[in-house]
Design a protein around this ligand. Sequence first.
Ligand code: FAD
Ligand code: NAI
Length: 466
Amino acid sequence: MKSYDVVIIGGGPGGYNAAIRAGQLGLSVACVEGRSTLGGTCLNVGCMPSKALLHASELYEAASGDEFAHLGIEVKPTLNLAQMMKQKDESVTGLTKGIEYLFRKNKVDWIKGWGRLDGVGKVIVKAEDGSETALQAKDIVIATGSEPTPLPGVTIDNQRIIDSTGALALPQVPKHLVVIGAGVIGLELGSVWRRLGAQVTVIEYLDRICPGIDEETAKTLQKALTKQGMAFKLGSKVTQAKTEAEGVSLTLEPAAGGAAETLQADYVLVAIGRRPYTKGLNLESVGLETDKRGMLSNEHHRTSVPGVWVIGDVTSGPMLAHKAEDEAVACIERIAGKPHEVNYNLIPGVIYTRPELATVGKTEEQLKAEGRAYKVGKFPFTANSRAKINHETEGFAKVIADANTDEVLGVHLVGPSVSEMIGEFCVAMEFAASAEDIALICHPHPTRSEALRQAAMNVHGMAMQI
Ligand code: FAD
Ligand code: NAI
């Protein structure tokens, strides 16, 4: 039986980053992954392929519509969907191979197959050919990720009723794509297919999109997406889905009750959230249990069983790749005896639509609920010179600061390239910056980042360019 300091089950952003850090710290480490490629959901069927299609579809739409023509570029693009998918797949392969390289560089053994616990300190891996290998480890890290939450009555067949993985590889542009769930996946992948020519209807159970995100910010994004042609049916629930030869017939009702209606779609994307994945892990062998949602709880990444740790989507917190990565580093450093904390208050969230939405820290709704006095500074992109010359003026930067100390508590952005700008505030907030600090710091001109500075100035009513 091969023996390691650490065995990690799962090779996604949680697992592969944990493995790399363990290797860097000189621990002997194996990472067990059952998929044929490393990188987990994120690299294979999540963050990366979705961003590849968002990028390509954004350029296609810009070239197809008035946007290029307005800039004086006259083209008539033709969609080559097969090539769009091929370049996405090639990028994904490049990235997953990159993790293999990083494993070699950091002396991480990739044990191919599905792992299960076999008592404390033991993992059994079943390979594709059915053979089994037993591994021994001082510490075991569970990083098995998540899977799409199913919707009763709407069975995913990945033919006509699809999950996000199906929506990343459709063979044709749907005439009508119905998305169930106005969350991150629904808005991103709904945008991809709308840009490529589909009519897109998003059905959401709640009376707002993107629950948990600052409400004014989410509403601004919804307005922009509606203007682009995405239709929203809020406060609605799907009660039935019947697959027919050429599509799906959906029955929906108001969430609060009322008359039912039917909707025809040629594809239905179910995107109502993800749930932790622990299938086949044999948790009983170490006496571990999941909660009602299937989640393994943790305290500083430790489960209730000594020597068994848990990180990423399979445990509490936002299901985001960078959260899994941060937990990976903190967990391994703790295993190596180094104190390390994840600051869960400062995990940014981004929706990669156009305009993008980026957020970090507290929302106005949270601060109201906490009874904390705050001030808001806002600055619209219509008043930002770079956004104006690029004709990308939708959205705003919003900075929320403590009314007494001026410490920045939350930042909510809708606008062009805000995914690349939110990091500025993650750094500033980690150092407990005040809105005044940001207002006093020189930002390059002309950039969209100036809107963030102006919003910080406006916490005190001192924005200069509006
Ligand atoms: P995963 O990435 O799910 O990896 C877990 C791995 O464990 C999988 O490869 C699985 O095969 C393996 N595994 C499971 N059980 C076993 C076992 N018993 N033995 C061996 N291997 C096992 N997040 C972002 O931050 N930004 C984004 O832009 C973004 N876009 C997304 C788009 C989509 C369409 C989806 C679905 C998700 C997206 N996410 C995004 C979320 C992100 O993918 C996850 O938060 C992230 O992958 C979680 O990492 P993880 O390591 O915890 O789990
Ligand atoms: P989500 O939690 O973002 O959104 C799900 C939406 O579905 C919510 O608005 C919810 O109210 C709604 N909903 C739930 N049940 C419903 C029902 N029965 N009928 C209609 N609506 C219903 O989940 P999503 O979009 O599936 O994404 C899963 C996870 O993947 C998220 O946690 C997200 O963090 C991650 N992800 C992150 C991305 C990013 O960072 N850019 C991109 C894509 C996914």
